[in-house]
Design a protein around this ligand. Structure first.
Ligand SMILES: [Zn+2]
Length: 149
């Protein structure tokens, strides 16, 4: 894109004034863009903090009340909040397993509690009626070793 054309003023002092105005305008544009970047990164950090608190709050309620509680954070909120693991327990064999939320096929708006009906124990895959998983908590780090296939 060609730079915007400013008609050259006839008098020297007007030319100088125009140059000064252009420098000031470029400076202002840079400053505003920097402020915008700074606020956006502060906002991202605040959203991350809000997502982390939401996950911690859900964990507290899961511990106190149990069951996959609705509402729950979305998968993306859990990932953004630093809780990329979901601990589940098979309702049949009682084996606990960690599910990597990042590797789980999902849409942005999928809520954690909605996963209860989708997650099944791999060990009990051949049981007559594949048992449902019980959701336990969101976790920042994996706790259980990878299940042997
Ligand atoms: Zn099982």
């Amino acid at each position: 894109m060609a730079p915007k054309y400013h008609p050259t003023p006839v008098s020297g002092s007007h030319r100088k004034a125009l140059q000064k105005e252009l420098r000031a305008s470029h400076g202002m544009a840079r400053m505003l863009a920097d402020q915008s970047d700074e606020l956006r990164s502060k906002a991202d950090a605040l959203i991350r903090q809000a997502d982390r608190l939401l996950c911690e709050s859900w964990n507290e309620r899961m511990w106190a009340d149990g069951e996959p509680i609705d509402p729950s954070p979305t998968v993306d909120q859990a990932l953004n909040g630093g809780f990329p693991w979901l601990e589940i327990e098979c309702s049949r064999c009682r084996i606990k397993r960690d599910v990597s939320l990042a590797e789980l096929p999902h849409v942005d708006s999928t809520c954690i509690h909605d996963l209860a009906t989708r997650l099944r124990c791999e060990r009990c895959a051949n049981a007559r009626k594949r048992p449902l998983a019980t959701l336990l908590q969101l976790m920042p780090r994996r706790r259980h070793a990878e299940e042997a296939p």
